[in-house]
Structure formats: C-alpha cells, structure tokens
Write a protein of this length. Structure first.
Length: 629
C-alpha cells in the first residue's frame, strides 16, 4: 500500500474553500480538466513537429469523456504529454504556485469564494464535485505509469501502475452523493456534459469525444432502438477565428442569437483580428434592442473573454467603457493567462490595450454607420443614444472626444434628429452660440414662449428632452468652440443696436414699477424686468445663476435630494409688446393692490408655461375668481 502524503497547508485551505463553494460554480471543473488535457496535448503535438520519434499526427490527438452512472464515475482522458512521478507530486500535490492562489494569499479575501466561479483553480476544482479523484498518467519517454489517488481531505497516495493505452493522462472522478440541494449525478448525464462542453470548451483545438446513446424511433409500433455512437462535442474552430471572407451575415447573426440569447439579429457586427502589441481576435455586436434591464443598475456590461479558445470569463467589464456598455461579443487573446483573477485582470496591461482598441473600433463603426446609413444609425441611437449622454456627464467630459460626434438632438428645424456638426454647419454667420431649450417633450418645448423669437429670426434650437441632456451639455461646455446656451438664459441677446437702445429706455422708464412688482413676489424671484425674448406670450421665467429652471426640476425630482431642494435664481420677464404691459402701467398709477394680485397671477402663469407646478393653487384660484366676478 502506498504511503499517504499530506497536501501543503495552503492547498488544504483552498480545498476547504472550494468544497464549500456555491453550486453554480462547480460545473467549471470540467472546463479546467479539459483545458489541462488540451495543454498537455499541445505540448506533445509541439514536440511531434520537430521530433519524428513521437510518431503522431495532429489528427491522432483527442480528449475522451466517459460517464458511468452505476459506478458514479466520470473519466476524462487525453493522449497528451503525461506526467512523471516527480511532476505528479509537484503539480498535483501542491497548488502554492498557482496564480489564483498567490493572489488569494496576498489579499487575504477570507471566505470570498467568487474567485472560483470566475476563474477556477485548475485541477483542484474536481474536489467540488468528486469525493475521490484518481489520476493515471504516463509521461512521454517514460516506461512507468503512476496512479495518484485522493479524496481531497486526507492527502494523497502515489504508486506505480499499468497504463495499457500508452502515453497520456486519465482522470477518474467518483462523484459525490446527491443531496437535497446539489445533484452531482447531473454531471454524469450525457446531455448535461454535452452542454457544458459547448458552453466552456467549444473552441478547444482538439476533438473532445464521447460515446453517446442515441434513441431511434423508426417505427411507431415498435420499441425505439438505442445505439451508441462516438461523437465530437466541440466545434473546435470558433467563428471569430475564421476568416471574414468565409463568413456570411447569417453566420454572424446566428452565432450572436445563439450565444447571447437574443431573438432579433444585431444591428451590426465588428470582426477584428489584431497582431502587434496586443494579439487578439474580437467579434463584437451592437444589438437591435436594449435588454429590459438596460437602463437599470442590474444591467451588467462586459464581453466574453477567451484565452486561446478557452472561456475564462463570462462578462469582462473592463473591456468596455460605460458608454458602450450595450456592446456584446467575445474577445480571444493568447496573451492572457487562463488562471488570472478578476482583480489581477484589471491591472493587466494587455487587457487595457485591448480595451482601448475596442473602444476605437466601436466608435469608428458607429461613425461609419452615421455617415453611410443614417436610418440605421437613428434606429440604433433611439435605443442606446441616451447612454452617450450619461457617458459624457458621468465621465466629467473625459468621454467628450469619443462621443461628441455621435450625439443627436431633435431640433426646431423640421423636428428631426441632428448632430452637433450639422447644427454648427448651418449656424447663422454672426451666431456664436449653440442654442438649446429644455422640456419634457418636443411638443412642450414648441410651446415655450422664448422659442418664438428664435424661430422668427431663423435660429435653430436644439430640443433637450431627456433629464440628462442639460447636464450633458453643461459638462461639454462647448462644441467646436461654440458654447451651449439655453434660450431661457437672461443674457441671451438677439437684438440689433437700435432695439437694444429702445429696450434700455423702456426699462429705465418703468424701473419703479418693476421694483414694486418684485417686492410683491420677493420670495420667488430676484427681479422683474422687460423681456427681450418674448413675442406673443405675456410673461416668461428665466434663470440667472448656474442652476437653470430645468435643472431645478430634474434635481428636485431625485429622491436623494428630498429635504434638500435646490432653487434656480429666477427673473419674471414681461413682454412690452403685449397689451398686459399697458394694463400694468395703468394699475401702477391707479390701483397698486390690484397690481400686486396681477403680479402674483403672472408669476403663476409663467410657472405653468414652464411646466412647473404653482406653489399655492388655492391662492391662484381665488385670484382668478376675484377677477372674474
Ligand atoms: P494550471 O493548469 O493552472 O497550471 P492545475 O492545477 O490545473 O493548474 O494543473 C497543475 C499542473 O498539472 C499543470 O500545469 C500541468 O503541468 C499538470 N497537469 C494537469 N493536468 C494534466 C494532464 N491532463 N496532462 C499533463 N499534465 C497535467
């Protein structure tokens, strides 16, 4: 009987941790074992290229799976390079040099087991599902085979054995007994095994074969016949590794729909192959519709990350900036190690370079679409465009250069979507600023009193209808050197010199009346004055400070600002061309009490026009009624 040896202390700790990991993580054991087998085959295949005494061709290499439900065993064998006795000891007796584990030790994450689900820890993951693991291996060039056996808890034994099928490694997992929560016999089910290979190991370069039981229903009257056929479970060449000119749109779309479980084909795909500072293949997709949780915090962005055909991460968030979080796809790079942890990955230089490149190609693709297929772009923009505005705002403008030319707004010209470049290209000769108006919808903005004069003068105004819009343009500050300007800003100046002179005179003449009116609503506005913006409406509100009226609305609607309301500095502006102006002057001379009431009413009207609620509806109703009777 072979002597039982103990695992190194660190290995034991990791084993404990793994055995207690959550069930959904456990299935990755198969991926780990298959990857090891594939690596071992790679090594021998590589040798065979220069050493004819190996006596094998590429087609001879394979990985085999066999499940035996009665014995509760799953056997995974390969005809790779195998292990010597010493290698068995060093490789499977300790995992102290494994990448994931070194990370664990440095950071002391205690019982956090997520790392297992994400990256696996190689061979040891078998103990998540098996109560006993047997490894029979024969190294290339060795005459002796060895058998390693362990139950994961009490250490392991190594002894000499026979291995009639030659060089390579066979791993026999005896599955744990099923419990109420965890059904380990699932891993002996051929359908489950097929789907696990598809999910994690579809692109392993060597065939993964299994003898499958097939049921044939040839004749309705007879019992079905059952046959056994050996099948290759993996497709071996991933779509993204194939040549672009071999692939049709259907190939791309079907892969997308199958892989990302969408029933609609994507708007477009980006297939890129890169060699150089970073070597990788990427196949990215822009979906046609947003997932239901897209604009919620539950949505997780990320691309599937492969290292030489082996999936190492389902959603690698670091590959995508937030503003392109809608992109789906896969990235495959041989520069990344299989056992890299999520935290280490974040600092990986290669990954950063890849992420930068991907961002550029996504931007280029969208720019191209905007230029060549406007309709398609607008369709895309209606679904995901909001994300760009959040991107600019949340990055404090860092994403400006990437996104500014991808933005679109509705505008007062034809009510269509326009880009900022289009707006600037048709600005009036002496126009220095980009005008915008805020409101909850285009229809609402169309009714803003301030808009009339802009339309009259043929000035285009952008319609900012999303909550984030004004915050976005405030962060951008300008586009192409042209500042953004709200049509509600007080210092908006559309007048000629003569018009200005006349307005100034009128303002001075009525200064006392305006002061009186301001006192009547002094808790609400900082000033009452003549308007230079109005045409047919009697009044409007404008804001003086950094906080605009629209921002006041948005900020105060956020739950976190409850009890801490912000207030825009407002001015009540009166249209001197409206008949009400003469009436006010008359009241100032003859009935100041009434002027006070009129002022309050005009203020409330201005609030309503802006789409805000009036502060004291009862007083408003009484005042209106007072006028009526
Ligand atoms: P990793 O694969 O990350 O190195 P593992 O714990 O999975 O970590 O495996 C440890 C080592 O054991 C491998 O690096 C390899 O040298 C050896 N090994 C594992 N499985 C096989 C196999 N099927 N054939 C040959 N060597 C193997």
């Amino acid at each position: 009987m072979a002597q039982t040896k103990q695992f190194k202390a660190e290995s034991k700790r990791l084993l404990d941790m793994m055995i207690n990991s959550i069930y959904t993580h456990k299935e990755i054991f198969l991926r780990e074992i298959i990857s090891n087998a594939s690596d071992a085959i790679d090594k021998l295949y590589f040798k065979s290229l220069t050493d004819t005494s190996v006596g094998m061709n590429k087609a001879d290499f394979e990985i085999n799976l066999a499940a035996d439900k009665e014995a509760r065993t799953l056997t995974i064998s390969d005809n790779g390079i195998g292990m010597t006795e010493e290698e068995l000891e060093n490789n499977l007796g300790t995992i102290a040099n494994s990448g994931s584990f070194a990370f664990k030790k440095d950071n002391d994450l205690g019982d956090d087991v997520d790392i297992i689900g994400q990256f696996g820890v190689g061979f040891y993951s078998t103990f998540m599902v098996a109560k006993e693991v047997t490894v029979i291996t024969k190294a290339y060039g060795s005459d002796t085979a060895y058998k390693w056996v362990s139950n994961g808890v009490d250490g392991y034994t190594v002894e000499e054995t026979e291995k009639p099928d030659g060089v390579g490694t066979t791993i026999i997992l005896t599955m744990k007994d099923d419990t109420d929560d965890e059904k380990y016999s699932e891993f002996l089910d051929q359908t489950k095994l097929q789907s696990l290979v598809k999910k994690y190991s579809d692109y392993i370069r060597f065939p993964i074969k299994m003898e499958l039981e097939k049921t044939h229903y040839e004749d309705a009257d007879k019992e079905p016949t059952i046959t056994k056929e050996v099948e290759t479970l993996n497709s071996m060449t991933p779509v993204w590794k194939r040549n672009k000119n071999e692939l049709t749109d259907d190939d791309y779309n079907n892969f997308y729909m199958e892989k990302f479980m969408d029933y609609e084909p994507p708007i477009t795909h980006i297939h890129s192959k890169n060699e150089g500072i970073a070597t990788y293949d990427a196949l990215l997709y822009i979906p046609a519709r947003a997932p239901f949780d897209y604009y919620s915090k539950d949505y997780e962005k990320g691309l599937q990350l492969y290292s030489s055909g082996v999936m190492i991460m389902e959603k690698c968030a670091d590959l995508l900036p937030d503003w392109f979080s809608f992109v789906k796809g896969v990235v495959d790079s041989e520069d990344l190690s299989l056992n890299i942890s999520r935290e280490l990955l974040q600092h990986d230089r290669q990954l950063k370079i890849i992420a930068k490149n991907l961002e550029k190609s996504i931007k280029n693709e969208l720019t191209k679409m905007l230029k060549n297929d406007r309709e398609k772009y607008e369709k895309f923009y209606n679904v995901f465009g909001l994300q760009f505005k959040f991107g600019i705002y949340q990055s404090y403008g860092a994403a400006n250069d990437t996104l500014k030319d991808l933005l679109m707004f509705k505008s007062s010209f034809e009510g269509k979507n326009v880009t900022l470049a289009e707006y600037v290209s048709r600005m009036k000769e002496d126009q220095k600023e980009i005008y915008y108006a805020c409101g909850e919808s285009a229809e609402r903005i169309e009714k803003l009193p301030q808009l009339e004069r802009f339309k009259d003068k043929g000035l285009e105004v952008l319609y900012l209808t999303a909550d984030v819009d004004e915050f976005c343009v405030k962060v951008m500050m300008n586009y192409d050197g042209k500042a953004f300007k709200s049509i509600s800003d007080t210092d908006i100046d559309l007048d000629t010199e003569e018009e200005k002179e006349a307005a100034k005179k009128l303002d001075e003449e009525n200064k006392d009346m305006f002061d009186f009116m301001q006192k009547a609503i002094s808790d609400k506005v900082k000033s009452v004055r003549l308007s230079k913006k109005l045409k047919s409406y009697p009044v409007c509100l404008s804001s003086d400070g950094a906080i605009t009226i629209e921002m006041e609305k948005v900020l105060n609607a956020m739950p976190q600002n409850e009890g801490n309301k912000v207030k825009a500095e407002k001015a009540l502006e009166i249209n001197p061309e409206h008949p009400i102006f003469e009436k006010l002057k008359d009241l100032y001379e003859n009935d100041r009490d009434k002027l006070t009431d009129y002022t309050k009413l005009l203020y409330s009207q201005a609030l309503l026009i802006e789409g805000m609620s009036i502060e004291d509806p009862v007083e408003f109703a009484n005042l209106v009624c007072g006028l009526m009777v």
